[in-house]
Design a protein around this ligand. Structure first.
Ligand code: ADP
Length: 843
């Protein structure tokens, strides 16, 4: 049977009772704290939760005015709440409950007027602190990630500093620091405090916390490396193994601290530290999660920021280099299309960047004459080969060409070639320079050829001059030789006094002619650089004495006195070219006599310094003669220059004497000079460096022929005189016969060879220039015939006084040589020397 429906009255009554009971159950068992109170009046009833939340018993609360025991703060003023209750029957608002212990709890209050007549209000209080903290955390998380997300490039550190401030505000700490890990040049693992936030009144310590070796914080880094958080709630309870860190934090006046590792790409990149100086911090799990999230976000942002700024820097660098480069920088894909061109591509090609990138293939820029080569190179590059630099002609937009150098290399993506990168360098300037250089070089070559020709011509002229001089010398010497020879022979004959005087004049003139001839030949030798020195041991003092003796007669004739003064330090033996020293001295002494009319001449030899076997000898010739005008002083050593020796009554000479003296002095490493006063006299000096010999060193045989005054003993030698000139034949044979030689004459080389076949000779005097067979050729033949057998001494008689003749004579096989004109003494001395030598060799 179906239940009868309850009547409305009963039902309503029952409902009311049931609702009452239900409410009561709900009231008592509710998870929220519920307080029933009169509107603005006393508490009527509380449930258990309310007692717990307010930390009071039921008895303590009931009957008491609500405001006396329940203290909370809200932004909405009480009258407004009352008004809302009356008006709307309910109101909901947030507040903070202040517990008797001082603890504050975030609450949400929902009040409703449950009985308008009695003014009974039900206040439902809910602890929302957890929820509110979660909201705060979410807000902080969002704030920080937004802050870091939208940072301007390059502002990451500033953003992290601000994030630190936000975290500190949430956590209520005194200092937040962010340490980043890095390594130094030696690879030492370091951390530096880069970001920091300090509460007002807390001094920053960031600058002192740079580049700390992680090894100094071993406990910390052992844990951080394991990605573990470190919480030291009270520094006094820090683990014993963290003693290094303990010292460190004590100095920082820390009460408690927390460090959260920052990890990026699986690696510890740093940590965030929160420092509490006064409070012992107990973290909720939610807070720790929040800190870890923030640490991760900061690490990610900073690392990607670093990568980005690195990328930005290298992009900027590349762009700036590209702008600085005057070249056409490009990148081309596998199809040969440009994928990148630099700004200067336009300057070189005339095409805009857009045209190059969209409409022009790279090979279209290469002139058709180079295109095939370019294609081959391109193919090699695309295979990944490196082909270095190549020269091409670039075809510009306007049809003109530009010489370029292309330097390209394959472009890779991983190990796959994706095209090529390179630069075109404009080398037109170098090409121009090269052309200019080439023409300059050609011009130089031409100049050089001209110079060579000119030098050849000059050498030819000089050669002709030398040859001419040698020829003239020969031509003049031969007759002069004859004259002097005859004079020598005549000198030995008895003759009347009148003829003796003629003889004297003749001899003076002939000697003077010979001197001039010798001067000219010397000068020519010096000009040709063919003057050679013959070093011998000699006594300079003796050279002076001889020179003076030679002009003594001339000086006496002019009524001039001559004095000689030798420094005792110069009295020994020295090494030098005795003949050339004598030549200079003779010239100077001769000039002194020549250009002095009255008074005296003084010749000195002074030692100006002597060390390590070397000495500086100063030869001086002073006279009281006509002197030399100041303006002429510098000129008299120049060739053919004459000081205008008017008043001396003497004929000036060739003007070569002093020139040759200077050339000789300089050749010997010395110098020559003069001091003179017009009308007062002159003082010529020659300074010569010379090697000095120790007194007890044995005298060696001089290389050069020395004039020998002693009379030559007789030698009974068989002499073959080969000479074409009849006068010389006569003169020489007479001289030799007078000392006991038997002389046979041959007119030329052929006759000489015939004569040699016929009989034996002890000595041969051989003229060099002869018809049919010259002296040289004849000598070569004689030496051939002799073979290894005994060798007849052959002495050349040469009129060719130029250097080189001596060498030629020796080369032909001759043993010695005499320059024409030969004096009787010289010829006899030579005959004796070689006759003795041959006999000694034969003995
Ligand atoms: P020269 O053959 O003319 O003497 P030198 O070369 O020897 O040639 O001398 C050149 C010139 O220097 C002479 O012409 C003469 O004018 C001048 N000279 C040389 N020595 C003397 C001197 N002792 N006193 C004056 N004049 C001198």
């Amino acid at each position: 049977m179906a239940k009868q429906p309850l009547s409305l009255g009963r039902k309503a009554h029952r409902n009311k009772i049931e609702a009452g009971e239900l409410y009561r159950r709900l009231f008592l068992q509710s998870n929220d704290a519920i307080i029933l109170h009169e509107l603005g009046g006393n508490i009527v009833e509380v449930n258990a939760k309310a007692c717990a939340l307010l930390c009071c018993s039921e008895a303590e609360l009931i009957g008491k005015p609500l405001g006396a025991l329940v203290r909370f703060e809200t932004k909405i003023p009480s009258p407004e709440i009352h008004a809302a209750l009356k008006r709307d029957g309910g109101v909901r608002f947030d507040a903070t409950l202040l517990q008797a212990s001082g603890k504050q709890i975030a609450i949400e209050i929902s009040s409703s007027l449950i009985d308008a007549e009695s003014g009974l209000v039900q206040g439902c209080i809910r602890d929302v602190s957890q929820r509110r903290r979660e909201t705060e955390r979410n807000e902080l998380r969002t704030k920080i990630s937004t802050l870091l997300e939208f940072l301007e490039p390059g502002h990451i550190e500033m953003g992290i500093d601000r994030a630190c401030g936000l975290i500190a505000e949430y956590a209520g700490c005194e200092r937040i620091h962010v340490y980043w890990r890095h390594t130094d040049a030696e690879g030492v693992d370091l951390v530096s405090n880069v970001n920091e936030w300090c509460a007002p009144g807390i001094v920053s310590i960031k600058s002192g916390m740079q580049k700390l070796p992680t090894s100094e914080l071993p406990y910390w880094f052992k844990r951080l490396e394991n990605f573990e958080d470190i919480h030291i709630n009270d520094l006094n309870e820090i683990p014993a193994e963290a003693h290094s860190e303990h010292e460190f934090f004590k100095r920082m006046h820390v009460k408690s601290l927390t460090s959260i590792p920052m990890v990026h790409a699986g690696k510890l990149v740093g940590f965030i530290g929160l420092v509490f100086r006064y409070e012992t911090k107990n973290w909720e799990d939610g807070d720790l999660n929040l800190l870890r999230n923030i640490a991760e976000s900061i690490a990610n942002h900073r690392m990607s920021n670093l990568v980005q700024s690195h990328l930005r820097r290298s992009q900027t660098r590349m762009r700036e280099f590209e702008e600085l480069l005057p070249d056409f920088v490009y990148e081309v894909d596998l199809e040969g299309n440009f994928t990148f061109v630099s700004d200067n591509a336009y300057k070189l090609s005339g095409y805009s960047r857009e045209t190059l990138l969209t409409k022009t293939r790279a090979d279209a820029l290469i002139h058709p004459c180079d295109r095939e080569r370019a294609h081959k190179n391109l193919a090699r590059l695309m295979k990944g080969e490196y082909i270095g630099k190549n020269e091409y002609l670039l075809l510009r937009k306007d049809g003109s060409t530009l010489p370029i150098i292309a330097h390209s290399k394959p472009a890779y993506d991983g190990d796959k070639v994706i095209g090529l990168r390179g630069i075109f360098t404009d080398i037109s300037k170098y090409k121009d320079a090269e052309d200019r250089l080439r023409s300059a070089h050609e011009a130089l070559v031409k100049i050089n050829q001209d110079l060579v020709q000119a030098r050849q011509a000059a050498e030819d002229v000089s050669q002709s001059k030398s040859e001419f001089l040698a020829f003239i010398g020969h031509e003049i010497r031969t007759p002069l030789n004859a004259v002097l020879g005859i004079l020598d022979i005549l000198g030995e004959a008895k003759m009347p006094a009148e003829q003796v005087e003629y003889m004297r004049i003749l001899r003076v003139s002939a000697n003077s002619l010979m001197e001039i001839l010798n001067d000219i030949l010397d000068f020519s030798r010096a000009e040709a650089g063919k003057m050679e020195l013959i070093k011998v041991r000699f006594e300079p003092a003796k050279v002076i004495e001889q020179s003076v003796r030679l002009i003594e007669a001339m000086a006496t004739q002019k009524g001039l006195g001559i004095s000689v003064d030798i420094d005792p330090r110069c009295s020994g033996t020295f090494v030098g070219d005795e003949g050339r020293v004598q030549q200079i001295m003779l010239n100077l002494v001769n000039n002194a006599v020549k250009y002095t009319n009255s008074g005296s001449i003084r010749v000195c030899l002074i030692c100006e310094g002597r060390s390590d076997g070397n000495a500086q000898l100063r030869f001086e010739v002073a006279d009281t003669g006509i002197g030399i005008a100041r303006e002429k002083l510098d000129l008299i050593f120049d060739r053919f220059s004459q000081g205008g020796g008017k008043g001396s009554g003497e004929q000036p000479g060739s003007g070569l004497g002093l020139t040759i003296s200077r050339q000789l002095a300089e050749l010997m490493g010395g110098s020559i000079g003069v001091e003179s006063e017009l009308g007062q006299g002159s003082r010529f000096w020659v300074l010569l460096p010379m090697e000095c010999m120790l007194a007890d060193e044995p005298e060696c045989k001089p290389e050069a022929l020395k004039p020998e005054d002693a009379s030559i003993p007789r030698i009974e030698a068989r002499v073959l005189l080969v000479e074409d000139d009849e006068i010389i034949q006569h003169v020489a044979s007479t001289i030799l016969e007078r000392i006991g030689c038997s002389v046979v004459i041959a007119g030329d080389g052929v006759a000489a060879l015939e004569e040699m076949e016929r009989s034996h000779y002890d000595l041969i005097f051989m003229d060099c220039q002869m018809p049919r067979l010259s002296g040289m050729e004849a000598t070569v033949k004689i030496r051939e015939i002799e073979g290894d057998g005994p060798r007849t001494p052959i002495i050349a008689l040469t009129a060719n006084a130029l250097e080189g003749d001596k060498e030629n004579c020796f080369a032909a096989g001759m043993d010695d040589y005499i320059c024409k004109p030969v004096s009787a003494a010289e010829l006899r001395q030579m005959a004796r020397k070689w006759y003795t030598a041959a006999r000694e060799a034969g003995a």
